[in-house]
Design a protein around this ligand. Structure first.
Ligand code: SF4
Length: 390
């Protein structure tokens, strides 16, 4: 029998501003996150940036919910079919398991699709929720299905996944179950990722959920890390900014920051922080160069232990005999001389060395000589004004 009595109020946000299963893993890692999210203004009217993958995911989820692929293109229809076959497979395996344990066969009951379940504290206060794409029950056994429509390469495996853990607890509470199987359905990989919670596991899982919720209430601390990439509060979070600007984070490619992301992030920094970061950029580059040099000097085995190796060197192909190349191009290649000049430039550094050597000048005198004598052939090209300290 379902255990909850009071229906949550209908608002635009079915999560009611509380933790939700899909981001419960981030809440587990960062206790101060929910408090930060509460302080953010709601921006319901802002158009979401176009994201083809997200829109595909929404279309596929809607198709699975209705079991109607109309409107999907050929590629997504294939994923849709694969997803349903995986569900069939998961359902058949689970029904067989339950029948063998309970000596009871189908009918399996399917619950409402995309149903959201609410986790209440002992005071009946809603503290978290989770939405099950599909769920089924038979006796005291339950099965919960979560579709992962596209690549989801960084998805935490089912066994360690907080989303499934919270869903298992929610469904177990709702139907008073003693065993819940949760499965990620991943049609892109044509595979299922399954975790089983027995009565003991469910007790432990519920304690873990309570612990995360307790931490949220009592530990006002934000803990940044790679998980910040998936946090809605990232652009407003000072800890995330400090973390992403750490040289160690910038260099180890955990969550690569694209130029657009960097521009957004920097836009929210305070200007004094911008000055401080700009002032120390040389030190950071020096550290990064030294890190690269140290890593490159490691023996291959040690490098492999760190998940690294040395790639194939890039082969540069400079024209090292320009005089002969020039003759060939004019005499045999038929390239007109006046066109060829467009491909030629002179290295001032090398020219300075040659002039200094030939005329017996110091480097500085050679530079002055070149500037003076070659001025008719030099075109000044102003660069952008550099930042300088006053
Ligand atoms: S951005 Fe990171 S540190 Fe900040 S609230 Fe989110 S998860 Fe926590």
């Amino acid at each position: 029998m379902p255990t909850h009595t009071e229906e949550p109020k209908l608002t635009d946000d079915p999560r009611l501003g509380k933790s939700s299963a899909s981001s419960f893993g981030i809440d587990a890692l960062c206790p101060g996150r929910q408090a930060l999210l509460q302080t953010l203004p709601e921006l319901p009217d802002l158009p979401e940036p176009a994201d083809e993958d997200r829109e595909r995911g929404v279309r596929l989820h809607a198709a699975w919910e209705r079991e109607d692929p109309s409107g999907l293109d050929t590629e997504d229809t294939e994923l849709y079919i694969k997803g349903l076959k995986l569900v069939e497979h998961a359902l058949a395996a689970w029904s067989a398991l339950v029948s063998s344990k309970l000596f009871q066969g189908p009918p399996v009951k399917e619950g409402k699709r995309e149903e959201r379940f609410y986790f209440r504290t002992s005071d009946a206060e809603i503290a978290a929720s989770g939405q099950a794409d599909r769920h089924y029950t038979l006796g005291s056994y339950g099965l919960c299905i979560d579709f992962k429509s596209l690549w989801c390469r960084s998805l935490t495996p089912a066994e360690l996944n907080w989303q499934l853990l919270l869903l298992a607890v929610l469904i177990a509470r709702e139907y008073e179950l003693t065993h819940v199987r949760c499965a990620f359905v991943k049609p892109m990989f044509n595979r299922l990722d399954i975790v089983d919670y027995n009565a003991e596991d469910l007790k432990r899982a519920e304690s873990a959920v309570q612990q995360v919720l307790w931490n949220q209430k009592h530990i006002d601390q934000r803990r940044p890390g790679a998980h910040c990439r998936h946090c809605k509060g990232v652009t407003a979070c000072p800890e995330a900014k400090a973390w992403t600007l750490l040289p160690s984070v910038q260099t180890n490619a955990v969550g690569r920051i694209t130029p657009t992301m960097a521009a957004d992030l920097v836009e929210t920094l305070n200007l004094q922080d911008c000055v401080r970061i700009w002032e120390t950029q040389t030190s950071r580059r020096n550290i990064e160069d030294a890190i690269q040099a140290r890593l490159k000097s490691l023996p291959m085995r040690e490098l492999a232990d760190l998940g690294l190796t040395l790639g194939e060197p890039r082969i540069n192909q400079p024209i090292t005999n320009p005089a002969d190349a020039w003759c060939f191009l004019v005499m045999q290649g038929g390239v007109p001389t006046e066109k060829l000049w467009q491909s030629v430039s002179m290295s001032k550094t090398t020219l300075t060395e040659i002039v200094a050597d030939e005329l017996g000048l110091t480097k500085k005198a050679a530079e002055a000589w070149i500037k003076d004598k070659l001025s008719p052939f030099i075109t000044p090209m102003p660069c952008e004004r550099p930042l300088e300290k006053i």
